[in-house]
Design a protein around this ligand. Sequence first.
Ligand code: MLC
Ligand code: AMP
Length: 498
Amino acid sequence: MNTWQRHLPKGLEASKVDLLAGETLPRIWVDQWRQHPQRDVIYDPKQGWVKSETLLTQSEVVAKRLAHAGVGPGDRVLLSASTSVELVTAHVASLRLGAVVIPTNGAYRSEEVAHVVSDARPTAAIVEQPEWQEWIRATDPKVVVTSPLVELEEGPSVSLDEAGTDSPALIGYTSGTTGRPKGAVLTHGNLLSSVRGLEIAWRWTSDDILILALPLFHMHGLGVGLHGSLTVGAQVVLLSEFDVDEVLNSINKFQATMFFGVPTMYGRLLDSENVSQLGQLRLCVSGSAPLSAEVHQKIYDATGQQILERYGMTETAMLVSNPYQGERRPNSVGFPLPGVEVRLEGSPAEIQVKGPNVFKGYWERPDENRASFDDGWFCTGDLGVVDSDGYLSISGRAKELIISGGFNVYPKEVEDVVSQHEAVQECAVVGVPDAQWGEAVVAFVVADREIDSNELKNFVGERLAHYKRPQQTHRVDSLPRNALGKVQKHRLIEEPRT
Ligand code: MLC
Ligand code: AMP
């Protein structure tokens, strides 16, 4: 047994558990719903509790409509809407059809949407915002565009739940050095094995009730919160957005047992006089960005709750977690989850991973795929250290990435937009430590004239999602470069400015 997994309960060591039992998520969900048709599964903010039998029949209806509109196994379906049971139903229906879901952040602007559409070539798009319908049709008039209610004509019965473990299930767009987001293709097996690993590690059972205020278009809310709850047969209370009072009131109202959040959420919860409500939960998980030791301690002092920090990625789903039983160490992400192998390679040491949860590659990006794997190990771009007790800490990043409030911002993508500003000659975008967001996006510009922070914020906000806007803009005479002409971003951050 891998010593890194010694915190698993006896008999549940990874080697003894089939992480792919049940083969695909939708098959497992449908089996459970058939067995317990009257069970309340999802609490929807507008409709209240929704039963298994409703999810079963509604997902079949939506699947028939999508199939009639031309969606078949392997076809892509772009999905973007605020949290609701309709969104969940559309997601489940697409997966049951064997289609590949592209969960997409509703904050994206037209160019970001157009990029995803032209790159992934979806057959259908289920989107909430009216302007998205225009943006998608303008990019590709062939795409069938509909609202989250999927009010399309219903066709005859179709084969459902036939996708296999290796069939693609999800494409998660994530950016990189090129600045143009690329799609990480995750199979049913990738998603299932990750959830099974969490089930074991976090003792997740059908008795659990999760308060879910994370958006359902990223791995944390979708691949962990929603998929995990549905797979273990637990209940999930969906909140349409993150609101401190609503989260804390919901804990009591629903007798909840779990809450998952990003560090910014825990920081905001701490400001409430009712934060002690968190103490009633059996498990609070933090991930997607580093949780400061200070917030970890303050939450413990105020609630008695020791937050369990874990580490994951779009490309790999969940990788490493602090133990459920045992010390949950601040500034550490803990031990590899069942089935996950981790190695530290090079100097400074990069975290590289293998396992049934790790994706096979990016959508139609052979060059990036070659560069992302080292002898079968996926190179995360995160730097790590392991202490003498085997706890892994993320010590930095080899990749250029800013994480603001749990959302990823790739400097290159923002730089490409800032450079389009008529007064900007050159620019560099960096992340600086920020009490609320963890890191804040800051732009340094060489410009013909003074550019005020709001001007650049608005300029970028018209072209990119709101969280990618630079919070501050600094005008500089020149950008510091090394002998090879590469911008030395660390010097921009370190040098004092007026
Ligand atoms: C909102 N704003 C942000 C922001 N979120 N700015 C920077 N970074 C962010 N993340 C801005 C808004 O544009 C607005 O600007 C102002 O903040 C106030 O907005 P708000 O209404 O208070 O924000 P709110 O909607 O409450 O959003 C905060 C948040 C949200 C923390 C709830 O950012 C969020 O849901 N984060 C979670 C992201 C997530 O799910 N990550 C998982 C990735 S998966 P203005 O100028 O208009 O005032 C992954 C893998 C893994 O990473 O391991 O999990
Ligand atoms: P994403 O591409 O949105 O899936 O973001 C994945 C990245 O988030 C990882 O590569 C890490 O850099 C970061 N991340 C996730 N969880 C943690 C954590 N607990 N601590 C620090 N960074 C994290």
